[in-house]
Design a protein around this ligand. Sequence first.
Ligand code: FES
Length: 157
Amino acid sequence: MIKKTRNTEGVSRRDFLGLAAFGAAILGSIGVLAGSLRFVKADVYSEESKKFKIGKKENFPIGTTRKFDDKNVFIFSDDNGLFAISAICTHLGCIVSPSEFGFQCPCHGSRYDENGNVIGGPAPRPLEWYEINQEVDGTLFIDAGKAVPQGTKYLFA
Ligand code: FES
């Protein structure tokens, strides 16, 4: 006959293995739960807004061009209104400069006409035009994250 012996120090081998299995199950459940919580929060990275103020329309007399160097945007003013053209070359992202025909990229020689259309070099696309809008207080702003069709102008009222 098998004689059951009891550990006199408090925990039998069977109880110890049972507790160990229970502990492992708890730790495993916590790990699974922690892993699941990762999916509750969307993997979305907020992007910094590309809107910036350019001042009032009085700052842009008809026929003038201003470049916002820190934003790489040209602002032009003509009889009809304002328009914004990106200074970022569509080839590899160098900054274009105004030229007698429109814009010239110093890096690989892309050339654009005055509307940003490619007229030479490796640039694959025209320069982007950006939306110009007005805040309630009359301050104009550009959204460099929002391209608009070429020829889109902020019309003076
Ligand atoms: S980056 Fe402008 S031509 Fe290459």
